[in-house]
Ligand binder design. Sequence first.
Ligand code: DX5
Ligand code: ZN
Length: 220
Amino acid sequence: MKDRLIAPSLLAADFGNLQRDIEMVNKSEADWFHIDIMDGVFVPNISYGMPVLEAINKHAKKVIDVHLMIVDPDRYIKEFAALGANNLSVHYEACTHLHRTLQAIKAEGMKAGVALNPHTPVQLLEDVIGDIDLVCMMSVNPGFGGQSFIENTYKKIKQLKEIIERNGASTLIEIDGGVTDKNAAQLIEAGADVLVAGSFVFKAEDPTRTIKELKDLVNK
Ligand code: DX5
Ligand code: ZN
């Protein structure tokens, strides 16, 4: 069975102790660092930008998975590659020429991801699925950590999995928002490959142990 991945979202980390939290993830069983970039336009919140990512990249020893919640993401593709992003996901809803954007991401040596808002049908990816390395399926409305999981996500995962298989693609399905030990196993059963977890990890009493628990749950 292929390894299912856990990607702690640094949005929920303690920014006053960012290096400490990054080292915790480095030493844990987590697989990726999930980095949420918000511009206050595509989503009603501003998170952090380039200088913070540069600092994260200095310490992070695992895959850097960047989730761009910004309008017109093409403007910054080269810059994110230079800042050490391994995966770069752009929102379907923010791209007019998605196919071109995906090629531009790959040309910079990164894995190309597409993020989908909860209301965006997965069927819209049918004609471009072979070009997508990763679908970041939002299971909350993007913009904030700590929101509750939208149940309709299970159905969307199954539909997306069917599209991936029918097209012979090797796209990974990443679930982002409201992931906990209560829904992790069911998400994997529906077809997810990667689970992002922000609050559930960083607000836990023992984040390292919580990551291990999630990792065990998804690889049973
Ligand atoms: C929301 C972000 C998520 C968020 C997840 O817009 O894309 O990555 O950090 O946080 P939790 O796990 O707390 O829902
Ligand atoms: Zn995210």
